[in-house]
Structures are given as structure tokens and as C-alpha cells.
Design a protein around this ligand. Structure first.
Ligand code: 3PG
Length: 411
């Protein structure tokens, strides 16, 4: 694969695909974690005289956090101490004019790439190559640098479409992510503990099945909705309110699959021994075996309980490798952040080599100043795809591009 140092960028136009899709509250971006993560690549290109055309997506059409990239431009400009121009266009005449006007060491950011219909479908690399996005921008671009690890599981025009047309180069963040995740996945050190939480239950089940079947994990600790599905699969009742919620989310049908995993890999999957419910705005902890479990019928489960955190902590302190994805509960509400913060903190304190990801939930690591984690991944879905053993389209595209253009390096 091509690395950043392989080319001379002076005076060259570089399309830099990043993923600074970020959490938004009341219309404002509330975390700059993904921006900071791509700064080294951006700085390298600017310092080496590139004219940088930045592209990112932000959320998906019709969602509440689907906004323009104007704020993204402001955040990048203030982190860099240099203007990154916001261009309110993607590949139209105006965008192309602004790209042509760039001088060495300058950068602009295109409009939210998903404002273009082509960018919201998942298509093959060949089809992505035939999009207007790629056709219109290709003549203006010399190199493509992809640092969007968090979107590496997506086959979309801006992510893979240039691979056979331009040298596609691995950014520093991408390189760091792939290295850390590969180390955690391929290591022979034991015990290897996976912590699976959050709401992407089907993706987490794929990870559990893959790492257990391939002998890459020794124990799986569960929380969030993943933990609730496994708890149901073990035969516990979690109350009507919670069952209805899971039914609405379409995850109740995953309980059978979770049961198959439990049967095949007993006793490698641990589930919470207690949960915290929201009783009219108050955190109330309920032991799974206690008389109080009727509370599950009336109140929603929003976190794992303190006893579970303690039990998980003991396991994590003994681990050699930890891979964690997704929160243990609704960490956005302070009273239900205890599980997520407690588990992430234990991971940070453990001497294990640890990789923690989960998209937006990673913000809680920064909010609570949790240190000691070996690698905080910017990836949520991308990280899950990686550990599910799937081929990531962006990594495939790097290989295809390298095969096509390696002659230009003269080697
Ligand atoms: C993410 O936050 O996981 C990435 O930005 C990818 O976003 P997507 O799931 O909307 O493709």
C-alpha cells in the first residue's frame, strides 16, 4: 500500500478523504476528537506544499445531525491556525473553480459529501468510479489520501472510486488504526477479552461469533443492548417495557442467534448481573435475581449496574488484550454513564494492550478524562466489521490502487 512519504506533494492537488462525522447537539458539533485524529495527515500535506481538497460526510439524509460542513471548516481552521475554506458545493462548477484557485499549502473543505445522492449508496468500486463525483473531480486531482478509517467499511464514491484512477495513499490515522486493530486481532497473548456494548447488536453478534470461532477471543463481556439480548438469550426476563423497546428496534429477533452463540461457546460470554433502570428520572439498580426485578416491567433499562462493573473490572485487570466497542448504557445522561465510564476506566487501568472504539461513544472517554487506553479507535461500525473478519472496501481499494500504480514509484 502507498504511504504518505512515498510521493512529492509540492504544487499537487490532493483529495483528502477524512471522516469527521461528529456528534451534534442543538445544531452544534460537540466533539472535536475525529478532527484532532486527522490533523497529522493534514499538516503533513500542507507542510509539503499540497493543495488540499478535504471531503467528509456528516450523518445521513433526514437525520437530526445531518448538517453542512461549515462548522467542520471552522473547527479545522481553528485547530490548524490557518483557514480551511468552506465550499458550499461538491463537484459542481463552483467547487471546481475553488479547487483550481488553491495555492500550495492551502486547504478547502467540500460540502457534506452525502448531499450528493451518489454518496449514500453502497456500490462496487467499478460503479463508484463511474459516478459524476469521481468523473468531475478526477481531472483536477493528482493524488488521493484516505484517512477515513471510521468509514472504511463503506464502499462509496469518495472512499473507493478513485482507486484505479489515482494513486490512493494511506493516511497516518488509517495506518495507526489498522496497525493497532491487527495487533489485537492477531496476537497470541492471552487472555483476550472482548467487551461488546452499544446498540449495533447484529454487528456485535457477528464479532462475537467470528472471534470465538476463529479462536481469537477467550472471553466476551457484554453491555448496552448487546448485553440485554444475551441476557434474554440466557432465559432471564427483562420486563415488558424493555422487550417492547427491543421489538420496536427490531433486535428481539436476534435473541435466537445470541442463544446459538451461547450454546456453541459456553461459558465464554458473560452478561450483566444487574441493570440500572430509569425510575422517573432516578437511577435505580436492580439485581437480575432480586425481588425487585418487577421494576423491569415498568422502567427502561439504561445502564449496567455497579455489581456488573465490579465483576467486569476484575476480568479486565487480568486481561492481556482488550478489544471494546460501544457503550454499556445511555452514557449521554450523567446518571447512566456509570457503567460506560466504569468499564472504560478499568480498561485504561488494566496493563493489557487495549483498543476501544464505538463511534460517537468515544466522546465519553475524553469527557471523563480516561487515560491509559493503548489505542482509542475513531471507528464504530468499521471497527466491528474488522473484528467480524469482513473485508473492508477501503483497505481493498488501497491494494487495488497500489497494484495499479506501484510502477510510478520506480520499484
Ligand atoms: C461512523 O460514525 O460510524 C462513520 O462516520 C460511518 O458513518 P455511517 O455509519 O453513517 O456510514
Amino acid at each position: 500500500m502507498f504511504r504518505l512519504g512515498d510521493f512529492d506533494y509540492h504544487g499537487k492537488t490532493v483529495f483528502l478523504r477524512i471522516d469527521v462525522n461528529s456528534p451534534v447537539k442543538d445544531g452544534k458539533i460537540i466533539s472535536d476528537a475525529r478532527f484532532k485524529a486527522v490533523l497529522p495527515t493534514l499538516l503533513y500535506l500542507l507542510e509539503h506544499g499540497a493543495k488540499v481538497v478535504i471531503g467528509t460526510h456528516q450523518s445521513k439524509p433526514y437525520k437530526g445531525d445531518y448538517i453542512t460542513t461549515e462548522q467542520h471548516a471552522e473547527i479545522l481552521s481553528s485547530l490548524l491556525g490557518q483557514e480551511v475554506e468552506y465550499v458550499e458545493d461538491i463537484f459542481g462548477k463552483y467547487a471546481r473553480e475553488r479547487i483550481r484557485a488553491l495555492k500550495p499549502g492551502e486547504a478547502l473543505i467540500l460540502e457534506n459529501l452525502r448531499f450528493s445522492a451518489e454518496e449514500v449508496f453502497y456500490k462496487s468500486l467499478e460503479e463508484c468510479e463511474r459516478t459524476f463525483f469521481v468523473k468531475k473531480l478526477s481531472p483536477l486531482i493528482d493524488y488521493v489520501v484516505n484517512d477515513a478509517f471510521a468509514a472504511a467499511h463503506r464502499s462509496q464514491p469518495s472512499l473507493v472510486g478513485f482507486a484505479r484512477l489515482k494513486p490512493m495513499i494511506v493516511g497516518y490515522l488509517m495506518e495507526r488504526e489498522v496497525k493497532a486493530l491487527t495487533k489485537a486481532y492477531e496476537t497470541g497473548e492471552k487472555p483476550r477479552v472482548y467487551v461488546l456494548g452499544g446498540a449495533k447488536v447484529d454487528d456485535s453478534l457477528k464479532v462475537a461469533e467470528n472471534v470465538l470461532r476463529k479462536g481469537r477471543a477467550d472471553l466476551i463481556l457484554t453491555g448496552g443492548l448487546v448485553g440485554q439480548v444475551f441476557t434474554l438469550a440466557k432465559g432471564f426476563h427483562l420486563g415488558d417495557t424493555n422487550i417492547e423497546f427491543m421489538e420496536k428496534k427490531g433486535i428481539l429477533e436476534l435473541v435466537d442467534w445470541a442463544e446459538d452463540i451461547l450454546d456453541e461457546f459456553y461459558p465464554c460470554v458473560r452478561t450483566p448481573v444487574d441493570f440500572a433502570v430509569d425510575k422517573n428520572g432516578e437511577r435505580v439498580e436492580v439485581d437480575l435475581l432480586s425481588e425487585e426485578k418487577w421494576l423491569f416491567d415498568e422502567y427502561p433499562i439504561l445502564d449496567i449496574g455497579a455489581r456488573t462493573v465490579e465483576k467486569y473490572r476484575e476480568v479486565l485487570m487480568e486481561a492481556k488484550i482488550i478489544v471494546a466497542n460501544g457503550p454499556m448504557g445511555v452514557f449521554e445522561r450523567e446518571e447512566f454513564a456509570l457503567g460506560t465510564v466504569g468499564v472504560f476506566r478499568a480498561i485504561g487501568e488494566s496493563p493489557a494492550f487495549s483498543v476501544v472504539g464505538g463511534g460517537h461513544s468515544i466522546a465519553s472517554i475524553y469527557q471523563h478524562n480516561i487515560g491509559g487506553i493503548s489505542h482509542v479507535s475513531t471507528g464504530g461500525g468499521a471497527m466491528l466489521s474488522f473484528f467480524a473478519g469482513e473485508k473492508l472496501p477501503v483497505l481493498e481499494a488501497f491494494r487495488i490502487s497500489y497494484e495499479r500504480f506501484r510502477g510510478v514509484l520506480g520499484g
